[in-house]
Design a protein around this ligand. Structure first.
Ligand SMILES: NC(=O)c1ccc[n+]([C@@H]2O[C@H](COP(=O)([O-])OP(=O)(O)OC[C@H]3O[C@@H](n4cnc5c(N)ncnc54)[C@H](OP(=O)(O)O)[C@@H]3O)[C@@H](O)[C@H]2O)c1
Length: 299
């Protein structure tokens, strides 16, 4: 029976450390870490994420700024706001909440964010640094960075000799996860919707990352006995057992059957999810340290 990796507790450790190092920077240099979050439109899930980010930023002692813009905001108006944040010395991290309304080119907005303030790690400069192993000066996307920290807590930092399979090749999860595992010396395979015999491939993995967006797709008999399973998926499904019209969150792995086979597993909710916001805070304070010319803390 697998141990459950408590992402909530590990995320709380990370944010507690962020607060300490943010306070230290403020005392030493007078610089308060500044994080700006920009949201366009009324998407309810995005509103919840942004509220959580603002609350956590304040709890970390940050200068927290929120720009809530109406759905019909023009692309140029958004570019202008991002550029003003790029030029604001009180802001060290800029996050534009995705998805953006259809009339706005998200790619243009992401590439407008100054790479040194790109705490989401989506700018080409940061993507390129991660891809070439320049991790110490990059910003790494928060969900894969958080997933990596969970793996480290179980297996340590050096994954030499371990095989890893990442299911999903998105730019925000699968590909950066691949690069992080490779940088930690794992032997990594990335799988996607065109992969043949995914089940057999998954069964080869000492470390299995599920980032597919398909509820409970990965079953226990796909998992190598003793593997570490990181479930990035967040899917809402019907839960008639809780009452009519009720729903619940599940991951991309079938938790019960996988827990019976793996050695460690992340739950959904309470696994990777809380790590994403914690790593955003870690990236923001790291940016403030870099801007002050101070050595950035490690998490
Ligand atoms: N915990 C968090 O904070 C957090 C953050 C971000 C995302 N998520 C969750 O993580 C999951 C993945 O997110 P994402 O943004 O990476 O999703 P995405 O952009 O939709 O990418 C999904 C990937 O899964 C692959 N895939 C889809 N169906 C497949 C199948 N049947 N077999 C094999 N591969 C398949 C796709 O392959 P192709 O490339 O061939 O289409 C694609 O590469 C979602 O559940 C999302 O909600 C969680």
């Amino acid at each position: 029976m697998a141990d459950i990796i408590d992402g909530k507790a590990i995320a709380a450790d990370v944010t507690a450390k962020v607060k300490i190092v943010a306070d230290t920077l403020l005392e030493k240099t007078g610089i308060q870490t500044g994080l700006a979050v920009v949201i366009v439109g009324e998407d309810p899930a995005s509103q919840v994420y942004v509220a959580n980010k603002g609350r956590t930023a304040k709890a970390c002692g940050f200068h927290s700024v929120e720009h809530k813009l109406p759905e019909d905001t023009s692309e140029q108006a958004l570019v202008d706001i991002v550029e003003s944040l790029n030029n604001d010395p009180a802001i060290h991290g800029i996050l534009v909440q995705l998805p953006l309304p259809q009339h706005i080119d998200a790619g243009r907005i992401i590439q407008t964010i100054a790479p040194e303030k790109d705490v989401d790690g989506f700018h080409f400069i940061n993507v390129g640094k991660l891809g070439t192993g320049e991790i110490d000066t990059a910003f790494v996307p928060c969900t894969p960075a958080g997933s990596m920290l969970l793996i480290e807590r179980v297996l340590g930092k050096d994954l030499s000799g371990k095989t890893a399979v990442v299911v999903g090749r998105s730019n925000i999860v699968g590909k950066p996860m691949f690069n992080l595992l490779l940088a930690a010396n794992a032997t990594v395979t990335i799988a996607h919707s065109r992969t043949r015999d995914l089940e057999a491939l998954c069964k080869t993995a000492d470390i299995l990352i599920a980032a597919v967006g398909r509820p409970q797709m990965i079953k226990g008999d796909w998992v190598k006995p003793g593997a570490v399973l990181i479930d990035v998926g967040i899917n809402r499904i019907d839960a008639p057992e809780k009452g009519e019209g009720k729903t619940r969150l599940v991951g991309d792995a079938d938790f019960d059957s996988c827990q019976a086979v793996a050695s460690a597993i992340t739950p959904v909710p309470g696994g990777v999810g809380p790590m994403t916001i914690a790593m955003l805070m870690a990236n923001a304070v790291t940016s403030a340290y870099r801007s002050a010319g101070e050595e950035a803390p490690s998490f």
